[in-house]
Design a binder for this molecule. Structure first.
Ligand code: PMT
Length: 221
């Protein structure tokens, strides 16, 4: 039994996709439903944490007792996450942020013309990497959604974004990743240690993750 082991801990969670508008009727996005991040926020709240959930456009009920800040684009998520960072003890970034956005958002619906069409994109800010640079007392946890070379890519993100821990998520396995109620993940730590979790509900993944985060947070108190 974990009880209220996170009482007093201020946790900032991000969830869901972002949407990058092309014109008034079209956007670029991804398959994230927000379920993983919402499960983390709800579990943290049940364990006594003070939780803020920054959510991209999703179709989920806000978890009871959690402050939800709704955003649409990577730019908006960036602004809210940076604004809330100083007041957080733990940050968990389960959101699937768009890596690129259209360079220009057209004011009117674009008309069909030529057979081929090239859309110019620019990089969005890497929110997690920026938080990693600003990190003071915070425990910073990222996710890595991969379809190949899971561990290699996840380890690189752990180091380059200055994280304390990363949740490696092979999103090509049935029952794992986007838009399902279950997940299969591995936790990777700064010291190189790794833990493999079986297929389980996203709520169970959330609780395992919080079991690992809790002692790290207590050390910083
Ligand atoms: O929402 P669900 O349907 O439940 O699906 C869950 C999930 C698959 C979305 C989730 O488990 C997951 O893996 N989330 C991370 C998705 C992702 O975008 O991973 P990434 O490897 O592209 O990004 C690595 C990390 O950097 C992530 O913590 C991401 O939030 C962060 N990032 C990425 C790009 C960017 N511009 N800013 C960021 O902060």
């Amino acid at each position: 039994l974990t009880g209220k082991d996170l009482a007093g801990c201020r946790i900032l969670v991000s969830a869901g996709p972002t949407r990058e508008e092309i014109d008034p009727v079209r956007y670029l996005s991804n398959r994230s439903s927000g379920r993983m991040g919402f499960a983390i926020a709800a579990a943290a709240r049940r364990r006594g944490a003070i939780v803020t959930l920054v959510a991209g456009p999703v179709q989920l009920m806000p978890p009871a007792g959690v402050e939800v800040v709704s955003v649409v684009s990577a730019r908006q998520m960036h602004e809210v996450m940076l604004g809330r960072f100083a007041a957080a003890d733990v940050v968990i970034k389960a959101a699937a942020v768009a890596d690129y956005r259209p360079m220009i958002r057209q004011q009117q619906k674009m008309k069909k013309k030529s057979e081929e069409f090239i859309l110019d994109l620019e990089k969005t800010p890497d929110i997690l990497a920026e938080l990693g640079q600003r990190k003071a007392h915070q425990i910073l946890v990222g996710f890595a959604a991969e379809t190949e070379d899971l561990l290699e890519h996840a380890r690189k993100k752990l180091v380059s974004k200055n994280l304390d821990m990363i949740v490696a998520n092979d999103v090509s396995i049935p029952g794992a990743g986007f838009d399902v109620d279950t997940n299969i993940v591995r936790f990777i730590y700064r010291n190189g240690e790794m833990e493999n979790l079986e297929l389980m509900s996203k709520t169970d993944v959330a609780n395992h993750l919080l079991d690992r985060i809790c002692p790290l947070w207590k050390k910083t108190c």
